[in-house]
Design a protein around this ligand. Sequence first.
Ligand code: ATP
Length: 726
Amino acid sequence: MSNAADDPHDFDSDAFDLNSVDEAELISVQDNAVQQSTLKRKSGEPYEPTTTKRLRVADHETAVFVANSTLKTRFGLDAFRLKQEAAIVRTLGGESCVVVFPTGGGKSLCYQVPALCFKEMDRSAGLRQGHAESGITLVVSPLIALMKDQVDALQRRGISAAALDSSRSKQEYMAIVDSMRNGTLDILYCAPERLNNEGFVGSMSNVKGGVRLLAIDEAHCISEWGHAFRPDYLKVARFAKEIQAERVVCLTATATPAVARDVCKAFGIAEEGLFRTATYRPNLRLLAKSYRTKKESHPDLTKFLKAHPGPTIIYVTLQRHTEELAQDLRKNGVKARHFHAGMPAAEKSVCQEAFMAASDVIIVATIAFGMGIDKANIRNVIHYDIPRSLEGYSQEIGRAGRDGLPSQCMLFLCAEGLHLRESFARGDLPSKQSVAALLNELFSLRPNDLGCIEVNLYHQAKEHDIKNTTLKNIYARLELQFGLLRETTPKYTKYEYVELGPLKDDNSRTAQIVRAGVRKAKTLTHVDVDAVARSSGLERSEIVAKLQSWHDSARIDLRTGGVLNMYRVLKTLPTVKAEKERIVNAVYTDLQGREQQELDRMQQVIDLVNGTACFSKSLAGHFGDMLPSGANACGHCTWCEMHTPVKVVTPEPKPFNYDVFEKVLKAVSERDDARFLARVAFGISSPRITQAKLTNSPVFGSMEDYDFTVLLKAFESACSSANQKR
Ligand SMILES: Nc1ncnc2c1ncn2[C@@H]1O[C@H](COP(=O)(O)OP(=O)(O)OP(=O)(O)O)[C@@H](O)[C@H]1O
C-alpha cells in the first residue's frame, strides 16, 4: 500500500498543525502568571460540573421561552427539531448532556442557542453584573475547515464568534483574547490539540464570567472503544475540570450504546442527559453485492449508476483509486470526478462546488469527501471498498436522501477491498521491541530546567518504526494511565527569516538582544532561540514574540520548523527494569487490543450483509435502536428482497509459497523484527519500510493473499533461526 489513503484514524491531519504562528508561546507570555496556579487544581477524578460559578438553576419555563425566542430572533428558525429543545433546556438548567443526532440533524444549535441564552437568562434572573459577566461557550471541534464555516455563518447572523487556529495573525489572535477577557465574545471554537497548551488552559480558567458551556463536537472520539478514538480527546474531561466549565454538551452523529456510556461516564452525565434520535431512515435502501474481483464488478457499477441517476458519492479507500475509478467511469460514458484530501485546496473546492451545484455529478472520493457537505438530494452513496466500520458506513450513507426521497446505498464486497482494509487495521501495531526501545529511550531522558522532556515525534516514529498516530496514543497512555507525563505547549526548534524591512528602528532591549544573537547566512538569518534565551536571561517566549511582531509588521518573513513536543515530567521516570517492562507490557497489550478491535469492526460490516436478517434492522440494533414499532424488516434492503446472505467470495487458500517467501528474505537482509518482514510481504507500509524504500520493491505486497498471522509466524521462525546462527 504505497499509495496514500485518507488516514481513517485522523480527520484531515493537516487541520491540526500549529505551524506558522507560535501563538502557543504568545499566550503563555500573557498567562504565565495565572497558568501555574490553575494547573495546581488538576486532579484525576471524573469531571463534575462546577457549582462554584453556577448562580442559579434556570427555571424550566423561562428556559423554554428564552430558547424558543432566541431560535426565532437570532437564527430565524420557527421551531426546534428532534430533541433539540429538550437538550437545550436541560443545558440551560445547568446540567450536562450528550446529544446523538444524525449528520445534519441540527446538533450545532444545541450549543449555539444556549450560548446566546445565558445573557438573557442572567438578565431575567437579575444575576451577574451585565454583559461582560456572562462568560463564554467554548467549542472543541477537530475540523478547522468546519469551524471556520460555523464561525462565518454565526458572524453573518451578527453573533460574536471566533475560532482559534494556527492561521490567525498575532493581531487577530490578540483581538480574540481581548474579546474573551472583556466579555464580548460569545462562542469560541478550538481544536482538541489546543488543550495541550498550558497557557490556553490558564486563559480559559480566567475568562471573565467563566466558561458557561463546553461543547465537544465529534464526542465519540473520547471513547477508547469507539471507531475514531483520538488520544487528545481523552484529555477533554480533565480540561473541563481544570477550567471549571459549568456544564458540558457532547455531540456526535454515531455512538453505539457502549460509546455513549463511555462519553456519559467521562463527564458524569446521568442517563436522562442522553438525547438520542432514531437511526432508521426509511427512504434509504441498503443494498450489497459480492464479487470475486474488482474488475468483475466494474460493468455492474456502470449499470447501477445509469439505472439510478442523480448526485452520487462513490467511496473508495485509496486516494489513487479515486482518480483511476473516475477515469474508468468517464471512459464508460459516466460523468465522474474524483476527490481526496491530498488534492490542492483550489481543486478540492472546484470539485465540491460542482457537486453542490449540479444534479448529475458523480464523485469518486475517499472519506474526506462529505464532511460538512450539506446537499439534500444525494441519490446514491456507493461503497466500492468495504467501509472501516458500521459507524463509518452509517455516517457515510447518512449523506444520502436528506430530502426524504428514495435513495440507494450500495455496498460492493470484494476480497481486494477486504485486503486493503485489513492492511490498514494491521498497519498501526508496531512490534513489541519497537515499543520497548521507544520507552527505554524515553525513560532515560533527563528533564530540562523546566522539568520537561523534549521529543521529536517525527524522528521517533522513523527511528522506532511506529506510526505517528500510534506514537501519540502511547504518550497519551503514559500521561493518563500512568500519570508520568503531561503534554504541554510544543515548541519550534528552527526559526529563520528573510529581512524585508529595517529592523534597526526597533530599539527595545529584546530587539537588541535578538539582533545580536542571530547568525546570518546568504539569504536567511537563523535564530537559535534557546541559545539566545540562555545567554540573555530572556524568556524563550519573549524572543518568539519579538520575531513574530517583526513578521506581523512585514519587517521579516519568518519561517519556523522542527516541532518539538514537550512533556512535563510528573513522576520520576522508571529506572528499574521490572517496572519498565511492566509499562511496556501494558502499553503493548493495549495496542494489540486496538488492532483486534479494528479487525472486529471490519467483520461487523461483513456480518451485516452476510447475516440472515434485515440490514436496516441489524444496523439500527448496532446503535441500540430498533425499526419503528419494533418491526422485523424494512422491506427494501438486499436481505428483505432476496433472503440470501451476501457472502464474501474469498479466493481459495493457497499453499504456502516458499519461493516467494525466500525472495522477501533475500530482498530484506534484517532479521531483527518479524513484523517488519511480514509487513513488507503483506504490503503494509511503515516509517521504516518507507525509509528503506521497500514500497517500490517487487517483494512489497508479494504475499498479500496470505493470512497475515501465518506470515508473521513464518517470519518469526526465520528471524529466530537467523539469530541463533549468529
Ligand atoms: N430546528 C431547526 N429548524 C430548521 N433548520 C434547522 C434546525 N436545526 C438545524 N437546522 C439546520 O439544519 C442544518 C444542519 O444543522 P447542523 O449543521 O447543526 O447539523 P449537525 O447535526 O451539526 O450536522 P453534522 O453532523 O454534519 O455536523 C443547518 O442548515 C441548520 O441550520
